[in-house]
Ligand binder design. Structure first.
Ligand SMILES: [Zn+2]
Ligand SMILES: [Zn+2]
Length: 388
């Protein structure tokens, strides 16, 4: 909405002008600026509209009272008792909020401040009632993006996969081609208010009942497409085939262009974003493109050294365990990790050794271990004690 005009100034009358003076001033100006007398003159047309708007408010006692009090008048914000169940009375149903507080600083008598105060109030007002003063035909708006979560298992993430998703999205209405208008004058229930003619809006703790801005309180929409009720879009359920590339990681996001909600009035659609969740594997762990695995090793294998078979995502691989391998020691198998679809390179597999102490029950093993102890009486904690 453009800056609020001063209706008295527009009509060129004093603020205390009577009904007759206002009417006379209006007629004089309306004749002067009438489009028929000023063909093609855009400025005259604008002036004519302003004069009409000013007269519309100042000639109506209710509107005039509100304008005099608050410095502006709005159909949407403060309906003058219009619409069933609409707000009425001196507080206009605004839950007792005292609007005059917002204006008293300027005071009714101080003309120069009046405009400024009005502007402030209008800012507040338009925040509460986003639609107040909105263009009759909304500007085209890009469709919103859609977010979907997708769970895939470990192997699907590594090898890549194709999934079919069932998504709910807003599609361009086929009946009206997205215009929202009926081909032949339709008459449908207003979807904004469900035909009641009123909508409720909340601002903080306050709730307001307003005349529905979509249908102006009539509860019906004329010339609205019967399929989409003038929205130009309808909700559909659609299957989308999505290819998950090899090497997808936990939390990776895939974009499917154009599969978000349709835009309004021919604007482009949004995109569909799929966030991948990879289910864990019993023993393979992912660290980016690397695979981590913990492998149990016997005490004699670690002590004497050996070669063991370890699982990789390609199958079995041979790993050399050197003599004296420690618990927690890590070995790396190059290029045995995950193939990264972007870089076309593979990560590594990291193998962590977990030395498994035997659960000894038989006498012979006990004897061997006692003998081992006698051969190696050194205190493994000695270094630790030296640093306490
Ligand atoms: Zn339609
Ligand atoms: Zn409505």
């Amino acid at each position: 909405m453009a800056a609020q005009q001063d209706y008295y100034q527009t009509l060129g009358v004093a603020r205390d002008a009577g009904e007759d003076d206002i009417r006379k001033a209006y007629r004089k100006l309306a004749r002067k600026h009438h489009p028929d007398l000023n063909p093609g003159d855009k400025a005259a047309e604008d002036r004519f509209k302003k004069v009409q708007e000013a007269y519309d408010v100042l000639s109506d006692p209710k509107k005039k009272t509100m304008y005099d009090q608050y410095g502006f008048y709005s159909e949407n914000g403060m309906p003058s008792g219009a619409g069933p169940g609409g707000p009425r009375g001196p507080n206009m149903g605004f839950g007792g909020f005292d609007f005059s507080d917002a204006f008293t600083r300027g005071g009714a008598g101080s003309r120069p401040r009046q405009h400024e105060e009005t502007a402030n109030f209008q800012d507040i007002f338009s925040q509460w009632f986003g639609r107040a003063g909105a263009e009759p035909t909304p500007a085209p708006e890009k469709g919103s993006d859609l977010e979907y979560g997708l769970s895939i298992d470990f192997w699907q993430a590594i090898k890549g996969t194709q999934v079919r998703l069932n998504i709910n999205r807003q599609e361009v209405c086929a009946t009206c081609g997205g215009s929202g208008a009926a081909k032949t004058g339709g008459n449908t229930v207003c979807p904004e208010c469900n035909g009641s003619g009123n909508v409720t809006q909340a601002a903080g703790a306050m709730r307001f009942s307003l005349t529905c801005p979509r249908c102006n309180g009539s509860g019906r929409l004329h010339n609205a497409c019967p399929t989409c009720h003038g929205d130009g879009r309808i909700s559909t359920s659609e299957t989308v085939d999505v290819r998950i590339p090899p090497g997808a990681q936990q939390g990776s996001r895939l974009r499917v262009a154009g599969k978000g909600n349709a835009g309004t009035h021919g604007a482009p659609p949004g995109d569909l974003y799929i966030t991948v969740r990879v289910e864990p594997h019993p023993f393979f762990r992912r660290d980016g493109d690397d695979i981590e695995i913990t492998v149990p090793v016997r005490i004699d294998e670690a002590g004497l050294g050996t070669k063991i078979e370890v699982p990789t995502i390609d199958g079995r691989a041979l790993l050399k365990i050197p003599q004296g391998t420690k618990n927690g020691q890590k070995f790396r198998l190059r290029d045995k990790g995950v193939l990264n679809g972007r870089t076309n390179t593979r990560g590594d597999q990291i193998i962590e050794i977990a030395i498994d102490a035997p659960v000894v029950q038989d006498e012979r093993t006990k004897e061997i271990l006692r003998e081992y102890g006698q051969l190696h009486p050194e205190d493994l904690r000695a270094e630790m004690w030296s640093k306490v």
